[in-house]
Design a protein around this ligand. Structure first.
Ligand code: SF4
Ligand code: SF4
Length: 116
């Protein structure tokens, strides 16, 4: 995978955005659900077979604003330092021109999404 595949979030520097899971190893049962939940392109988690624990390996690959793994962890072992309000505050700084440009490109690539 290209090293900078997730370097930007809608034009913003991803490394300046504090968003990514943290695992409490005392709560993690090693069920593995988070490892298989996180999309294969991102693969934020690895798995320590000896300790039978999931491990956050690439926190800054986490999709900004996603918390699927936290919701799915039955053992409440996953947390985030920030929350949706924090992300909304950052989202407000995305220039509208950037969003419009990305929207245009997405609709051109997915004409079935266009309702006219
Ligand atoms: S879903 Fe939760 S309990 Fe299961 S491996 Fe991940 S962190 Fe551990
Ligand atoms: S929040 Fe989403 S992208 Fe981030 S680690 Fe969890 S499942 Fe993967």
């Amino acid at each position: 995978m290209a090293e900078d595949a997730f370097a930007k979030w809608h034009g913003l520097d991803r490394k300046k955005i504090n968003w990514g899971p943290v695992i409490d190893p005392d709560k993690c049962t090693g069920c593995g659900l988070c490892v298989i939940t996180c999309g294969e392109k991102r693969n934020v988690f690895g798995f320590d077979v000896d300790k039978n624990k999931a491990v956050v390996m690439f926190q800054d690959r986490c999709m900004t604003g996603c918390n699927n793994c936290q919701v799915g962890c039955l053992w409440n072992a996953i947390s985030f330092e920030t929350n949706a309000e924090y992300i909304r505050g950052i989202a407000k700084t995305i220039p509208q021109e950037q969003i419009t440009k990305e929207l245009k490109a997405k609709l051109e690539a997915n004409p079935d999404l266009v309702i006219d």
